[in-house]
Design a protein around this ligand. Structure first.
Ligand code: AMP
Ligand code: MG
Length: 486
């Protein structure tokens, strides 16, 4: 089945770690699986023969293991909504094997929804079609927006009924990523096994995923590693803020040490801008609201740094953490300036940007359409922006101020618009679009999800034939409540 056409190499390295870091678990098979989506482009990148879909369907359903697969559930812990939970771990997903693609990149294959494990607690080990599709769609959308993320290789649905608020369809996702090591893996090592375990995990992580640091002396290597993880986290969150993405469950066990967007639950892209938007119905206190994400990213880095207190110098830990604010602020400003087409430096830029957020919030303006409208001003004038406002004079006064600032720019308006359209997406995964695709998939119709995926592959292109997918959401599709249950 790993045929001559396959161009990948298997090398399972995580299982070489001490045994307490994981448990061997066989997948529990699902019945009568169907392939819902298979990511041909990604398969090619990874060196996988995509013509073997029947085999992959059985693998996705846990009915068949390929030679070399050594499925394990990883042990981790973590802070959930600020509270430490020692009982976490892969409760429904298994690391199946690790591959290297033709370009030398390393991929963890994680089958989410593969059945119960020693870390399932009260869960059934399953994932449902609804949430599996949401993860598939969003991780691909994020990738094509240029935001670091885990990827979706394929997903199957099956006949097995799964009990949630109602009976739902079972599904499983083959999620792939450079690594599935989370901040929570370090919390487990530090709080349950001690400094030697932390060092072992850290050395493994650096060797596998940060090999460029290997030549440095140990103390410097560890410091540079922490700085790198902190910086990647800060940059990732800055990208979320700039595109209007809410993760929804930024627990430390949902933070990847590679700086990838990880574990898609009740996420949302903002429609109408609302700084305090809470996309997770269960998050009543708004801990993970849109405007809290930058701060929470930092708190998670603190959780990570705390696990290193016995293997690193305290000053180095502080130094590593200080990276967060600097990197976040500079990346966020840079992204917002790109979104506004500003190349020159001006002291007033931050206040122009903050006032813009204030205006979008106060007048409930669609975040994506606003910036896209701003990116077509040369061709279409002010109407696409003004028409988003009930009181057009509000738009006019901000635009007048913006135009004053543009006077110190040197690019031609056409050039600026083109550059702005390359950073301000026209197509994002609005919640209602995901919902339409899910409803059809639940009826066994998968064309809707395939069409949506095609559109989301080119988020910055005009795609005039797909205008409907860029429009404001219908009333039923605004502020949909998504819970953690998945
Ligand atoms: P999540 O909210 O998906 O990030 O998961 C938090 C923890 O709960 C992790 O340890 C998961 O493996 C576990 N978990 C979530 N859903 C299930 C389930 N249906 N069965 C078993 N464990 C689960
Ligand atoms: Mg999780």
């Amino acid at each position: 089945m790993v045929t001559a056409l396959s161009k990948f190499r298997i090398e399972n390295r995580y299982v070489k770690l001490p045994k307490h870091f994981y448990s061997h678990v066989q997948p529990t098979p699902l019945k009568e699986p169907r392939m819902v989506c298979f990511n041909d482009e990604l398969a090619e990148e990874m060196g996988i023969d995509p013509s073997e879909k029947d085999h992959w369907t059985r693998v996705g359903a846990g009915q068949e293991l390929l030679e070399g697969m050594e499925p394990i559930a990883m042990k981790y812990t973590g802070h959930q909504f600020g509270m430490y939970n020692p009982d976490l771990g892969d409760g429904r997903g298994l690391l199946m094997w690790e591959s290297y693609g033709p370009d030398g990149r390393h991929w963890d294959w994680h089958l989410k929804g593969a059945g119960m494990t020693p870390y399932s607690r009260f869960g059934d080990g399953r994932a449902v079609l609804r949430s599996t599709l949401r993860e598939y769609l969003c991780s691909e959308a994020m990738h094509y927006l240029g935001i670091p993320t885990t990827r979706a290789l394929f997903m199957v649905s099956a006949k097995d009924p799964v009990m949630r608020e109602s009976i739902e369809t079972a599904a499983a996702l083959m999620r792939v990523a450079q690594t599935h090591i989370r901040f929570g893996h370090f919390e487990y090592a530090a709080y349950h096994k001690g400094p030697e375990a932390v060092r072992t995990l850290l050395d493994h992580t650096i060797e596998m995923h940060f090999p460029e640091l290997l030549e440095l002396p140990q103390a410097e290597r560890y410091l540079r590693w922490l700085e790198e993880v902190v910086s990647r986290t800060a940059r990732m969150v800055a990208q979320w803020q700039a595109v209007g993405f809410c993760h929804g469950v930024m627990n430390s066990d949902n933070m990847s040490i590679a700086g990838d967007t990880f574990d898609y639950g009740p996420y949302a892209f903002l429609d109408d801008f609302d700084a305090g938007y809470i996309c997770n119905h269960t998050d009543q206190g708004g801990r993970y609201a849109y405007n809290q994400q930058p701060q929470i990213g930092f708190i998670n880095c603190q959780f990570l740094a705390q696990t290193l207190t016995n293997v690193m110098d305290e000053d180095d830990l502080r130094r590593g953490l200080r990276r967060y604010e600097t990197v976040y602020n500079s990346r966020f400003q840079q992204l917002m300036k790109q979104k506004l087409g500003l190349e020159q430096e001006s002291e007033q830029d931050m206040s122009l940007i903050m006032d813009l957020f204030g205006m979008l919030h106060e007048h409930h303006i669609d975040y994506t359409l606003f910036f896209r409208g701003l990116s077509t001003r040369h061709a279409r004038g002010n109407a696409p922006v003004r028409d988003l406002f009930v009181d057009r004079s509000v738009a006019d006064s901000w635009l007048a101020r913006y135009d004053e600032r543009l006077a110190s720019e040197t690019r031609s308006p056409e050039e600026r618009d083109t550059a702005m359209r390359a950073v301000n997406p026209k197509y994002i995964l609005r919640n209602y679009l995901a919902q339409e695709a899910i409803q059809d998939a639940q009826q066994g119709i998968y064309t809707t999800v395939h069409k949506l995926l095609d559109i989301l592959k080119r988020p910055y292109d005009e795609q005039p034939e797909n205008e409907r997918y860029a429009a404001l959401p219908p009333d039923w599709g605004k502020h949909m409540e998504i819970s953690c249950s998945s």
